[in-house]
Design a protein around this ligand. Sequence first.
Ligand SMILES: Nc1nc2c(ncn2[C@@H]2O[C@H](COP(=O)(O)OP(=O)(O)O)[C@@H](O)[C@H]2O)c(=O)[nH]1
Ligand SMILES: [Mg+2]
Length: 216
Amino acid sequence: MKVIQVDKFISEANDKDAARLRAQLKEKGVLFLNLMSSPGSGKTTFLSRTLKDLSDLRLGVMEADIASTVDAERIAALGARSIQVHTGGMCHMDAGMTGAALEGLGTDELDIIFLENVGNLICPAEFDTGAHKNVMILSVPEGDDKPLKYPLMFEQSDVLIISKTDALPYFNFDLEKCRERVRRLNPAIEIFPLSAKTGEGMEAWEAWLRKNIFSR
Ligand SMILES: Nc1nc2c(ncn2[C@@H]2O[C@H](COP(=O)(O)OP(=O)(O)O)[C@@H](O)[C@H]2O)c(=O)[nH]1
Ligand SMILES: [Mg+2]
């Protein structure tokens, strides 16, 4: 019986599409960030706070979900350009889907575009979306053992946000142990513990963002 392996072709084609998107956006001066995490770790809340704090920058958001428009509506209510993407049941975004979403959003006159990827710590880490940087969130209630269980996501990310630090007194989350586990997987990763609720720690993340935008 003849068997063909298609996953490698798909992934090679995706990598090419992703590289093309990345180059096109850089050429236009638009920084593209892929935000990944479990459902409920605080992606939309964190993005909303970032949008409010950086109101001098031109920010756009693509919200990827299996169903509903609740997140895109939350972002649009803040006055930011946003689009909802439905993935048709897929648990991740790939470069083809991202390209279509970017066309829908429009990339003109923006400094940064965020993709809020589908919530889970597994599939999104396997696909290059064309982003310049991958940013992941791990929230305090999820536990400090997640780098041990989902290493690929931590390996693929340039930035780790440890969110909901206001909840640290109520959970057995060891910040130092978590940092150590993450750095063992990815020594270059930048780590920002913060609370989008209280605002504590947001400045360090926002300074990183300003440093990474392409000059206008
Ligand atoms: N205590 C606390 N709760 C938060 C924080 N950020 C988000 N949440 C809550 O966590 C829940 C999920 O947040 P959401 O932004 O929708 O997460 P998403 O599914 O990753 O987009 C909501 O009830 C938020 O109010 C935070 O910094 N501290
Ligand atoms: Mg969300």
